[in-house]
Design a protein around this ligand. Sequence first.
Ligand SMILES: [Zn+2]
Length: 80
Amino acid sequence: MTGPVPHKKVEFWDDERKLGNSLIVTLVRGWKFNEDVMAVEHVLGFDTKAEALNAVRASVQCDCKDCAISAKDDAPTLSI
Ligand SMILES: [Zn+2]
């Protein structure tokens, strides 16, 4: 189930807690969760809305390959 997006950095907000899953948050391209410095996490599951919002607020700008490609969608050249 996709609910209303509570933050401008959130692309998808899937509250699947009623299904026994997590509250799954997908960040807008160009942002990543700052939970784990060793990994790039654009999507994370949470137990509570407060926890999810805290993580969204703590998110940082991301320049990983995926985000960089997305940011350059308008560019005519794209090397893979
Ligand atoms: Zn990224």
